[in-house]
Design a protein around this ligand. Sequence first.
Ligand SMILES: Cc1cc2nc3c(=O)[nH]c(=O)nc-3n(C[C@H](O)[C@H](O)[C@H](O)COP(=O)(O)OP(=O)(O)OC[C@H]3O[C@@H](n4cnc5c(N)ncnc54)[C@H](O)[C@@H]3O)c2cc1C
Length: 375
Amino acid sequence: MTMAQDFDLVIIGGGIIGAWALHQAVERYPHWKILLIDRYRVGDGATSHSAGVLLATGKSERERRLAGQSARFYKALRDQFSIRTTQAPVYWLADEVFLPDIRRAVVDFDVQPAEVSEAVLGARLGSRLNVGPTECLLSGGLAESYEPPLMARMLISRSLASANVSCIEGLGVRHIGRTGNGVRLTLADGANVHARRTLVATGPWTNESPFKAIASEHGLRVKKVVALHIDGLAAPDAPALFLPQSDAYLMPLPARNQWLFSFRCDEWDVRPRKHELEINNHDVQIAKATLGQYLPDLVGLCRGGRVFCDSYSPDGEPLVTLDHSFNVVFAGAGSGAGFRLAPGIANEALELIVSACPDRRATPEPLPACVDGSK
Ligand SMILES: Cc1cc2nc3c(=O)[nH]c(=O)nc-3n(C[C@H](O)[C@H](O)[C@H](O)COP(=O)(O)OP(=O)(O)OC[C@H]3O[C@@H](n4cnc5c(N)ncnc54)[C@H](O)[C@@H]3O)c2cc1C
């Protein structure tokens, strides 16, 4: 490929958001010449560490819309390619005052008082289960876990079946400059690429050159994200337990003979460098404090886990925005939920890209009816 080439769309970043954006762009604008660039290997950023747990909930109306749409996109892909996932019926444990928040947050399902005793549910979760005097147990929803790097690579490799799509890995975008009809991107090897439309989906690297100004303008920060692994066989129909007050959940991973315990880590402004980020004693103590309160028998079974970081917006919602100074659309700030919201984020980004730079050659292919939410 000669590096002076022109592209209808260049996507910078092959994480789950860039991958879904590529997939949707190829489906909707099959005639576009598209380039995906990643400074490392596609699917190797925050996406490669993600627990890949998906449950359609949202704090705001926009987040609920993104969650519902994303769930439909994932389901359509899962059914089309017979992708194997773990599915777990969800129980919720929270103080009664949180019930209205939980009911408001759920999308496409209801939550009801759980018709199960603490002892029976505890046995299915592998521990005694403690429910406080003002707390209640609810049931509703199905949590599903995917392998995020495999999903990203699958979406990208399928898109590469089109002769109009190409991908560069192992070369980062170092510089970006406006041109009369788009932007000129300079890669780490000095080559230049011209893009009529550009999507920046650089995850936690957005806080670094050359896109630092986008992160500063929108107050994006990078936070460590940790989930512990818990030894123990989970039955194929094992449930998940969500603890919204503690911002934590327990998800069975029967294929790995493990459970996953996700909880909130408050270590901010870390760098997205794999070998700098480790699970430390403080992380383990936070996790064990919550487990000790609700599922005490799991405390001694924690062993290792997964750790990296993610880009967070000030309000904890993903960001999709047109950056006028760079003349690019940015999509990211997954804020710890970027996997489950990625297809919706990508769809919003693509719509913004096309409204900023319309395609006068053709009308786009419509979204498939199964994902556009119209039925
Ligand atoms: C431990 C952990 C568990 C998580 N669990 C969940 C979960 O269960 N459910 C959920 O929904 N979310 C979860 N998340 C969050 C989710 O993984 C992220 O929100 C999501 O992966 C972010 O995707 P992204 O595409 O924005 O970024 P990334 O996956 O980081 O992709 C960005 C890409 O951009 C590339 N890049 C960066 N700079 C440049 C440049 N200058 N030029 C070219 N390429 C560049 C990088 O190499 C990278 O591949 C978890 C995250 C972690 C760390």
